[in-house]
Ligand binder design. Structure first.
Ligand code: COA
Length: 223
């Protein structure tokens, strides 16, 4: 997942405080509530905040992004303070991924990101991460449940899979708590930085998937 650094503008836009009230899907993006969070197609600054939330070494141990995608301090702290609803519309840098940020409306923070993207075999996979202050409290279940909602209720996908590195117990347990079940799959997958890791695989099926009014994953339908 690429990341374009726009952090110097973040504080100016945050001060401007342009709040978006978007709560439903339309052709420009997705929006739905689940659990504590509003999940929404991010603005540029919301995306920067979410990426910052996955940029700490503990998360990178599992996510393995390329160095130029990782937000380093002091920008990481600044990006994490982005006020949800600020920043310009923005298109994901990965055309094969539909990303939504988890917005904590109570705290006014971007808490994480979940996506439905093309896996190594071209089929739909979900995955995501939480900002450090949101980990260890069971919110991973809501994050991955939102990934299932995105796949089945918004993108019209009947099956979605997820991979977790063997040993990432928090991820595996959160995926299972969200309703995914262990499934067979390739023994390994490769992280963006090139590291091959042993994989646990999960999947979830829906008999009657639906497509919403939001942007659709045409790249998956074509695969
Ligand atoms: C993965 C992630 C989304 C999980 O969400 P979370 O809310 O932090 O998950 P939790 O810490 O609540 O852990 C979920 C469960 O696993 C358990 N667990 C976590 N680490 C554990 C460990 N090392 N050993 C045993 N159990 C563990 C927790 O006790 C919890 O148990 P419960 O279901 O009985 O409550 C989040 O930790 C995260 O963003 N991590 C960094 C990035 C990442 O790994 N992303 C996934 C890549 S595949």
């Amino acid at each position: 997942m690429a990341f374009v650094s726009n952090a110097p503008l973040v504080s100016r836009l945050t001060r401007r405080g342009r709040l978006m009230a978007k709560r439903t899907c339309d052709r420009r993006g997705h929006a739905f509530a689940f659990g504590r969070f509003l999940f929404r197609t991010p603005t540029a600054w919301e995306y920067a905040a979410a990426v910052a939330g996955g940029s700490d070494p503990a998360a990178q141990r599992w996510l393995g992004w390329l160095a130029d995608s990782v937000v380093a301090e002091p920008m990481r702290g600044e990006a994490l303070r982005v006020l949800p609803g600020t920043g310009p519309d923005w298109a994901t840098p990965d055309p094969h991924s539909v990303d939504v940020v988890a917005i904590d409306l109570v705290a006014g923070r971007c808490a994480g990101l979940v996506s439905v993207h093309a896996g190594e075999d071209g089929g739909p996979e979900t995955g995501g991460y939480l900002a450090p202050e949101y980990r260890g409290q069971g919110f991973g279940r809501d994050l991955f449940a939102a990934g299932l909602l995105l796949a089945h209720e918004h993108l019209g996908l009947s099956r979605v899979r997820a991979g977790a590195e063997v040993g990432n117990v928090a991820s595996g347990r959160s995926l299972e708590a969200a309703g995914l079940r262990r499934a067979p799959g390739p023994p390994r997958y490769t992280l963006p930085d090139g590291r091959a890791c042993e994989a646990w695989w999960y999947q979830h099926d829906a008999a009657w998937p639906r497509a919403c009014a939001g942007p659709q994953a045409k790249w998956l339908a074509a695969s």
